[in-house]
Design a protein. Structure first.
Length: 144
């Protein structure tokens, strides 16, 4: 197997999902399903197949930093780990985008938050949830 090619395929799939999530229209069920379900499930299939086929032979594990280092020294397990990150970041991005839409946050404000989730995961999640909370607090203040 060409692990670089599979890595590239996973990256391309994730980029497609992020493009749809950031720039695509929302509310079209089949388009919404691309970043929310279809691509994360496809990445989950890649992850599951690689873990099932290669994790035990990697010689690594999760008990220490040395074991994790050994685990990710295996190209197929490294690609599996990358697919794991891509799938979960895309799911988190979809979750945050939906919450920001409900909070009536502009897509222009959402775009850098979603990009931060894509590139920096938990930091982007924190920014998204803080932005949502701030918008809700400001709206409550306007209602008084």
């Amino acid at each position: 197997m060409n692990w670089d090619a599979l890595f590239g395929l996973a990256n391309s799939a994730a980029l497609l999902g992020w493009a749809v999530l950031i720039a695509g229209p929302r509310g079209v069920w089949w388009l919404d399903a691309v970043p929310r379900m279809l691509l994360p499930l496809g990445l989950a299939v890649i992850y599951s197949g690689l873990i099932a086929g290669f994790m035990m032979q990697s010689g690594g594990g999760f008990g220490s930093i040395a074991a994790v280092r050994a685990l990710f020294a295996s190209d197929p397990v490294l690609v599996a780990g990358w697919a794991h990150y891509l799938a979960f970041d895309l799911l988190v991005g979809s979750f945050v985008a939906e919450r920001l839409d409900r909070a009536a946050i502009s897509r222009l404000i959402q775009a850098p938050i979603l990009a931060a989730i894509f590139m920096l995961g938990p930091l982007g999640l924190l920014l998204g949830l803080m932005t949502e909370a701030g918008a809700r607090v400001m709206r409550r203040g306007q209602e008084v």
